[in-house]
Design a protein around this ligand. Structure first.
Ligand code: TEU
Length: 545
């Protein structure tokens, strides 16, 4: 079995990582070109978001062929070379499996539209009622979750975009086709699998209106989810002892998360939960701006640390991904304390119990896009909500401000390699506008001793060296403190103490740190005494005894 506590995953959004053929899209050869960069960071797995054949309405999360590579990303030979070259450097691919839905361009859906009885049962078609959709459920991208087909006077379910039709997991033929697809990639040497919104695949027996909300409670952590995951495990990755799996669990519960990731369940290795990131969602609404609630952030982080440890579950540890705004802009300080706050946030996550994920650009402190016009945005979720927010009467200026804080495009701007045109991402026209700060923020800074990159490299190194980080029990400290996030890790007599000041003022640490502690990492780059510790703005320190 893989020692999950000693592993680190790097997430690549290939469309924005490196373009090598000048079409403005990133490609697999671009990943191959930067394998030495990734190996220097010390990561073990490369989670690459989907690059299968797709019409790209949702940037590859609308898959039209699970077993072919979209030509914009390259060829199967490129893929095979990537697997080989990564392995030479001790890194393994984690593929992104989007199994809740396919593109409506997938041949399965096309055959269903033509009335093929086998494939009609691959999706969820329902008659409407009184001229309305079957239920009042709301798509995650806005609008109704059902789309009408006049030719057959029925609707099909799409929890996401209208071009992303939900699969019918009740159908054993669907499940078998999915197992065959997962096994196809495992047999090509893939050693990791990320399952997209996998806790949404089990739909209810009865489809009914949600009189209290958007319908997500009917299909989230659905009635047969654990049965389906155990069957998926048994028929695919469970046959290997060296494949790491992670489930993206939208709006899940702690109880289910423990069950999803406890090895005794024979389901997944670990899970992504998002509760710690929704602390700047006033009343659950992503599209309103509110300062993040630090107390809630700590509460969610520590609850999931303690309860998952008690229950034998396993957390993926992360701030960023391709759906989330950049953390240094969202919670850190992208202006005068960008580098310090980027390192502080990294320390907070990388010292915890679990498997850390580094999202492309996070390791150099990349910031949100800084766009000023709707014309610069490409993400369908953002474009949908631009229209929704305008219809709600918000001004253009207010909507642009909201998108500037909340849009998924914030994390999808091209990787900033250097200060040359387009940040070295492409010789062509980038598919998405490069963030204007690329001359100041790019990977060329990685050679500087006090760079964000070198700090992440040290965090990864400490995780690999210290069993107390890999396996230590977690004890939250200073739970009620309004500026400091702190915790202790203990393992076989070793103790690690982590203190992070999440704000731009000085703050005295109201905790007696054992005097024989030695600082092993500081984002101010100094030897820090444990006595009478006062943390400077965004200061983070790790002590070991
Ligand atoms: O994301 C699931 C999901 O719900 C996200 O869209 C996220 O909750 C939302 O963007 C926050 O506003 C997965 C993929 O990561 C995402 O890129 C896909 O768009 C989505 O599923 C559909 O496959």
């Amino acid at each position: 079995m893989v020692e999950l506590g000693g592993k680190v995953v790097y997430q690549i959004y290939p469309k924005s990582f490196q373009d090598t053929d000048g079409d403005g899209f990133g490609d697999l050869r671009g990943v191959i070109e930067h394998l030495d960069y990734l190996a220097e960071l010390g990561v073990d797995y490369l989670w690459i978001t989907p690059f299968f054949t797709s019409p790209q309405y949702d940037n590859e999360y609308d898959i039209a062929d699970y077993r072919n590579i979209d030509p914009r990303y390259g060829t199967m030979e490129d893929f095979d070379e990537l697997v080989r070259e990564a392995a030479k450097r001790g890194m393994y691919l984690m593929m992104d499996m989007v199994l809740n839905h396919t593109s409506t361009k997938h041949e399965w859906f096309q055959k269903a539209l033509k009335g093929d009885p086998k494939y009609r049962n691959y999706y969820i078609f329902k008659k409407g009622k009184n001229g309305l959709p079957p239920t009042n459920w709301v798509s995650k991208f806005g609008g109704n979750a059902w789309s009408y087909l006049p030719e057959t006077d029925e609707y099909y379910l799409h929890l996401f975009h209208v071009t992303q039709a939900d699969l019918n997991w009740e159908n054993p033929e669907v499940r078998q086709d999915i197992y065959d697809t997962v096994n196809f990639w495992l047999e090509k040497g893939v050693k990791g699998l990320r399952f997209d919104v996998i806790n949404l695949i089990s739909k209810p027996d009865v489809y009914e209106d949600d009189l209290e909300g958007d319908g997500h409670r009917f299909y989230t952590d659905g009635p047969k989810i654990h049965q389906y995951l155990q069957e998926l495990n048994e028929n695919t990755f469970g046959k290997y002892d060296d494949v790491v799996t992670v489930g993206e669990m939208s709006s899940t519960t702690l109880e289910n998360s423990i069950r999803y990731s406890n090895p005794e369940s024979n389901e997944l290795s670990m899970i992504f939960s998002f509760h710690h990131l929704k602390v700047d969602y006033p009343s659950g609404n992503k599209w309103e701006i509110e300062p993040f609630r630090f107390h809630d952030l700590k509460k969610h982080l520590f609850t999931w640390q303690e309860e998952m440890e008690k229950g034998g579950g396993w957390n993926a540890l992360f701030w960023c991904n391709h759906d989330q705004p950049r953390i240094v802009s969202r919670i850190g300080n992208e202006k005068e304390y960008r580098v310090k706050s980027a390192k502080c946030l990294a320390t907070a996550i990388h010292g915890l119990k679990g498997t850390p994920y580094i999202y492309q650009g996070e390791e150099i402190g990349m910031t949100n896009a800084g766009y000023t016009s709707i014309d610069e945005y490409m993400d369908i979720e953002s474009l949908n909500y631009y229209n929704i927010l305008k219809l709600q009467g918000k001004s253009e200026e207010e909507v642009i401000r909201i998108l500037g804080a909340k849009s998924r495009d914030n994390s999808r701007t091209p990787m900033q390699w250097d200060a040359s045109e387009n940040a070295g991402f492409t010789k062509g026209t980038p598919w998405l506008k490069v963030c204007d700060r690329y001359k100041e923020i790019n990977t060329e800074s990685r050679h500087e001793p006090d760079s964000v990159f070198q700090y992440y490299k040290e965090l990864v190194k400490l995780r690999k060296e210290l069993p107390v980080i890999q396996k230590g029990a977690v004890t939250p400290l200073l739970r009620e403190d309004k500026e400091i996030l702190a915790y202790k890790r203990e393992y076989q007599g070793k103790e690690l103490y982590v203190f992070c000041n999440f704000f731009d003022g000085e703050v005295k640490v109201p905790y007696s740190i054992p005097e024989d502690c030695k600082s092993i990492l500081s984002n101010y780059g100094e030897e820090i005494s444990p006595r009478e510790l006062v943390l400077r703005p965004y200061e983070a320190v790790m002590f070991l005894r």
